[in-house]
Design a protein around this ligand. Structure first.
Ligand code: BG6
Length: 483
């Protein structure tokens, strides 16, 4: 029998973290504030150094890098950059510029940092660079020796189609073997993703229901209220399917749909996730609605005739014994009515309709549901029918909700990025995507990429184009509060 996986050591070994792209947006918004929060939470290694890097044209002195980090933490962090905690963190920051063929300043800075720590600290390189720079930076890490024994965190996009994903993986594998590669998808760092595993595999209450016998359909719904926020350059070439579905929504689907893993450890979890992706049918463009919010074409930098989608709803199927015939309905988009992160499992109706029709009138068509809201701090709701008090046999909807807010030590929770940075330092790949999984997803996506249906307009502030209701009939998109 498989032994339970040992619980991970919460304290990583001593580390030198190399932040390539340290002057960029991601480092400013997420990585520097995230690392500081880990430090204040006592989750950083006992000894660590963070070496920022950027091309020589954007090089900073150590002093300037510290000021840059302080500003980033003040603007985007949860903890204020002050007091002894900040001074200790700041002292760990240094900078080394690097360009292909001219990486000496970075190499020197990394070796100095390693010497300062003593012993043999681990090296973790975080590649927060735009896709165009990716291959040359990987080459630089290989040529300079910085990749030796190092782990690497790779940011999305993991390609834009099957051919580019394969080329990217080949470039990575020329320098790093897969066991040292951490493809980061911040959705998988959200607390509720671990909680899906806990719900399913720690409870006799849920797992028996988690299959086609009991579940009629599954929805993964991530509407966003924000529009493209001036990111026309990025968005025009990407669109919602590549930005959100291939990465975040399909990754979540892998966790929701997987078979019980042999053990709760990286290889077993990633094997089961990959099996789900291999069981997915190729996306049928006839089961896809692409949308674009009215006004998008007028935004600065957007082609006035743009066909890029800012919204997508699609139905996919998983051809295996557990899920055959159960539609997985996915929706996400910008400029929608509300921002939400919700997985809904719709349960089948009882085989016998024993309640009189008028007793059911108010609630007909609304199945029992399990709703996992994975917006931080997250909640789990079970929706079912009860009898309304009174002489008549009248049914009403009821709900039982567990909310993370106010439960346990909610203040201990980590944001997606923070959680994943910690996991990468611990060397645990459970929540990171593997190359075969990502390549399979691009294979599944190919029919849609080859023949996308035209975009349909939708009003900002709505729930998307009209066509999405027909897409999921006879089911309905799950709306807030069971609406
Ligand atoms: C990013 C996408 O990966 O995820 C953005 O590039 C999107 O377009 C964001 O807004 C959503 O993340 P979250 O955690 O705010 O839901």
């Amino acid at each position: 029998m498989a032994q339970p996986a040992p619980s991970p050591d919460p304290s990583p070994a001593d580390h030198v973290i190399v932040l390539v792209g340290a002057t960029g947006d991601l480092a400013r918004r997420k990585l520097l504030p995230g690392l500081f929060h880990l430090a204040t939470a006592g989750l950083m290694p006992r000894q660590y150094r963070i070496v920022g890097s950027a091309p020589a044209a954007e090089a900073l002195s150590d002093e300037d890098f510290r000021a840059h980090a302080r500003q980033a933490v003040a603007e985007f962090g949860r903890a204020r950059p002050e007091g002894p905690a900040w001074r200790q963190f700041e002292a760990a920051l240094t900078f080394g510029a690097a360009d292909p063929g001219a990486s000496q300043p970075l190499v020197t800075a990394v070796h100095e940092a390693e010497r300062a720590l003593g012993g043999s600290p681990r090296r973790l390189v975080h590649l927060a660079v735009p896709p165009v720079a990716f291959t040359s930076v990987i080459g630089l890490l290989g040529a300079s020796g910085l990749a030796d024994d190092a782990r690497v965190i790779v940011e999305k996009p993991f390609g834009t189609d099957l051919a580019s994903a394969r080329a990217l993986n080949a470039a990575i594998h020329a320098v790093f073997d897969e066991s040292r590669v951490f493809r980061i998808d911040h959705f998988l760092g959200k607390e509720a993703v671990d909680n899906i595993l806990a719900l399913r595999f720690a409870n006799g209450l849920f797992e028996p229901l988690w299959n086609r016998e009991h579940i009629s359909h599954v929805q993964i719904d991530v509407p966003e209220q924000i529009d493209i926020q001036g990111r026309a350059h990025f968005f025009e070439g990407t669109g919602t399917f590549r930005d959100m579905v291939v990465t975040h929504l399909f990754q979540l689907l892998g966790f929701v749909a997987m078979e019980p893993p042999v053990a709760l450890e990286a290889q077993s979890l990633r094997d089961e996730q990959a099996k789900v992706f291999h069981s997915m049918r190729p996306v049928d463009p006839a089961r896809v609605v692409r949308g674009q919010y009215a006004g998008y074409r007028g935004e600065p930098g957007v082609d006035p005739a743009s066909d890029t989608e800012t919204f997508i709803a699609l139905e996919v199927e998983i051809d295996n014994w557990r899920w055959a015939g159960v539609p997985f309905q996915l929706r996400t988009g910008k400029a929608l009515a509300e921002g939400r992160h919700v997985v809904t499992l719709g349960l089948r109706e009882p085989v016998l309709r024993m309640f009189p029709l008028d007793a059911r009138a108010a609630v007909d068509g609304r199945p029992n549901e399990l709703v996992v809201d994975f917006a931080d701090p997250g909640s789990l709701t079970a929706r079912f029918l009860v009898k309304e008090p009174g002489p008549a046999m009248q049914l009403e909807e009821a709900a039982m909700t567990f909310g993370y807010r106010g439960s346990f030590a909610a203040e201990n929770s980590l944001e997606g990025y923070e959680h994943l940075l910690l996991e990468a330092m611990l060397g645990d790949q459970s929540l990171f995507t593997r190359s075969d999984g990502i390549e399979r997803l691009w294979e599944v996506a190919a029919p849609l990429l080859d023949a996308p249906p035209p975009v349909e307009a939708y009003a900002p502030g709505s729930w998307g184009p009209a066509g999405i209701d027909a897409l999921v009939a006879p089911y309905r998109w799950h709306l807030p509060d069971g609406r």
